[in-house]
Design a protein around this ligand. Structure first.
Ligand code: FES
Length: 180
């Protein structure tokens, strides 16, 4: 009788061992599948380039008639758009020194400054809050560390709906005007 009990105990122990072995096998298989999935994901991800999506360089500004006379500053594009009657032009708000955003301001009093070796009287200027560069109202640098004038960008009319389009991918010379 004692022997029978011992046999029963041994069988139960073997069953437990089998159960434990099965569990460990499943655990190992799970870990293997997880690591294979990780490797597969990394391989797949390496095929997709890291792309930085930037806003479109060309964008619409609305109908020319709806733009207010004078200056409109597009904060998100850092672009000053000028409307003088039927003429339009656009000057970048990015300082040519290290890229801070310049401010456009009317001077309290007209000031005579030296611009490219000649004296000029100015009533407005762009100034950079970062290191003090100054630019005349056409964007010409005349003081501070900025090495170049502010960029001017092309404006054109959309053939579809007559809206103004600014193109930050196309620089134009100072003095460019779009007349509508
Ligand atoms: S970034 Fe404008 S002066 Fe330095």
């Amino acid at each position: 009788m004692k022997l029978f009990n011992l046999t029963k105990t041994t069988e139960a122990g073997e069953k437990n061992d089998e159960g434990r072995r099965g569990f460990l096998q499943k655990l190992g298989l799970g870990a293997l599948l997880t690591s294979l999935a990780g490797v597969a994901y990394q391989s797949f991800r390496s095929l997709i380039p890291n792309v930085l999506y930037e806003p479109d360089q060309r964008f619409k500004l609305g109908l020319p008639a709806n733009l207010p006379e004078g200056i409109t500053f597009l904060d998100d594009r850092r672009l000053y758009v000028f409307k003088e009657g039927k003429s339009f032009y656009a000057i970048s708000g990015a300082c040519t020194h290290l890229g801070c955003t310049v401010k456009y301001a009317k001077l309290a009093q007209p000031r005579t400054v030296e611009v490219n070796g000649t004296q000029a009287t100015i009533g407005f200027e762009f100034h950079c809050p970062c290191h003090g560069s100054k630019f005349t109202s056409d964007g010409t640098n005349y003081a501070g560390p900025a090495p170049r004038p502010l960029h001017w960008y092309r404006l054109e009319l959309s053939p579809d709906d007559g809206q103004l389009i600014a193109d930050l991918g196309q620089e134009v010379d100072q003095g460019f005007r779009l007349t509508v």
